[in-house]
Design a protein. Structure first.
Ligand code: SIN
Length: 497
């Protein structure tokens, strides 16, 4: 076992402890006895210090030219690249993701840095003719101010980068509140950001709980913007607090993503997609496949093959290169998945494989759950409607393409979706008719790319999109500028024609 790291908050360019002097431990989910880091348990006094620093730094940071801000973001990308292996190994130990996925998570942060570094030389506005002579009209992107970034544990580097890097390029100052389970990863990311030359106060890190730190940030009058990724329930509370104080809020919340497999699909391809979508990251992605909507003509064949492949998945610590499926992130998550298996039994669902906590050599000290397939699921059942966030997939049988579309849309969420078909007409109908922010044709529900908008409809989001140029709309505000060079009063909105 490695010696635990000692994490600190990062406020105004200084690494400091929580004012309370209290701390908590971040544990290895593959072995709950191993402490990865001791971390400050911060409170409202620490939030206040971070907000003061961020508010003060904002006045100079907003005036740094965007191409210069983006040079720093480019250096963050280089720092991530240089420490990719170290970060990925730490991530795997701290939250359980298998090493190749952890490297992918860091790579997404790197891609994000290089993408937004380029954006600093664009940040395009518009020029447009004025309705009056000798008058010029244009739009500019302005920063918002102090932004709080509240991030989850499932993508410890990628998701903070999705938020922080466009926010920095746009000229905001930041307070980063990571999930407690990934405090060490957040500390290393902050180290890289600080070493890239971000001035003191521009990027601050405050560790602690959502109840204390998240709540204080969200309700703080000097915080102008909250960008939150997490559950729909917490997102609704964040939105309510922000709404009362007229804060901008961007929410990325739950999903109940489905993959449709039609009778004309390439079944081998659809199988690979289902396996990866359902059990990749132990099912702990917002975009994970938790419903498989199968045409009745292929269901028996597809299910038999899926069962066979699922039973062969190897469980273990994410750091073991032979592992296919790592542990759940913590005990609460394990309890949640177990609870949904009880719900499934009460609903009369058949458990084809899995359904219980995994036991065996190397598994007993961790939060391992067997990859699980539920059969005989109907769309209105709780297991088909509620987000489980674990390695559990429900099979739903349909008799037609229209029925499949109706079932995929029978959800309060609308993040990701996938359709496997060889029929081009169905593919285009699916793109048009599925109520989701993301639709994959002949690809799994997971696998977002940083230069495309990411987000969802219904209870998944509040209309914003992360990543791509869409993220600039979260972290900047339009200013419309009119320049009158006629030397006389020209009145618009007067009918003088
Ligand atoms: C996520 O689900 O949060 C990550 C994006 C993806 O894999 O599509």
């Amino acid at each position: 076992m490695n010696k635990p790291l000692t994490c600190h908050n990062y406020i105004n360019g200084q690494w400091i402890s929580a004012k309370s002097g209290k701390s908590f431990e971040s544990l290895n989910p593959a072995n709950g006895r191993e402490c990865i880091a001791t971390v400050p348990l911060s409170g409202s006094a620490d939030v206040q210090a971070a907000v003061t620093a961020a508010r003060q730094a904002y006045q100079s940071w907003r005036l740094v030219p965007a191409p210069v801000r983006s040079e720093i973001v480019h250096r963050i990308g280089e720092g991530l690249l240089a420490r990719k292996k170290e970060l990925a190994t730490l991530m795997s130990r701290e939250m359980g993701k298998i090493l190749t996925e952890a490297q992918g998570d860091v790579q997404e942060g790197i891609d994000c840095a290089f993408y937004y570094a380029g954006e600093g030389r664009r940040l395009f506005g518009q020029t447009t003719p004025s309705e009056l002579g000798n008058k010029f009209a244009m739009t500019l992107r302005m920063p918002i101010g102090v932004a709080a970034l509240i991030t989850p544990w499932n993508f410890p580097i990628a998701i903070p980068c999705w938020k922080a890097l466009p926010a920095l390029v746009c000229g905001n100052t930041l307070i980063f509140k990571p999930a407690k389970d990934v405090s060490a990863c957040a500390t290393l990311l902050t180290e890289i950001i600080a070493e890239a030359g971000v001035p003191p106060g521009v990027f601050n890190l405050v560790h602690g709980s959502g109840e204390e730190v998240g709540q204080s940030l969200t309700s703080h009058p000097e915080v102008d913007l909250v960008s939150f990724t997490g559950s729909s329930q917490t997102g609704a509370e964040v939105a309510a607090i922000c709404g009362r104080s007229h804060k901008r809020v961007s929410l990325e919340m739950g999903g109940k993503n489905a993959q449709i497999v039609m009778e004309d699909a390439d079944l081998e391809l659809a199988l690979e997609g289902a396996l990866w979508g359902a059990f990749g990251t132990t099912g702990q992605r917002c975009t994970a496949t938790s419903r498989l909507i199968l045409h009745r003509d292929i269901k028996a064949d597809f299910t038999a093959k899926l069962l066979d492949k699922t039973r062969k998945l190897r469980l273990g610590a994410g750091t073991d290169p032979h592992t296919d499926v790592g542990p759940l992130v913590n005990e609460a998550q394990l309890k949640r998945v177990k609870y949904y298996l009880e719900v499934a039994q009460d609903e009369g669902v058949t458990i084809l494989t899995g359904g219980k906590q995994a036991q065996g050599e190397g598994l007993d000290q961790g939060y391992f759950f067997e990859p699980t397939i539920l059969d005989g699921v109907e769309s209105q059942m709780r297991v088909a409607q509620e987000e489980i966030f674990g390695p559990v997939v429900s099979l739903i049988e349909v008799g037609s393409f229209e029925e499949a579309i109706a079932i995929i849309n029978d959800s309060r969420y609308g993040l990701s979706s996938a359709v496997y078909t060889q029929n081009v007409n169905r593919a285009f109908q699916a793109m048009r008719d599925i109520e989701a922010g993301i639709t994959y044709i002949n690809g799994p529900t997971i696998g977002a790319e940083v230069h495309l908008p990411f987000g969802g409809v219904k209870a998944t989001g509040n209309g914003h999109r992360e990543a791509g140029t869409a993220a600039l709309d979260i972290f900047s505000e339009w200013k419309t500028v009119y320049v009158d060079f006629s030397g006389q009063l020209q009145r618009a909105q007067i009918d003088n024609r």
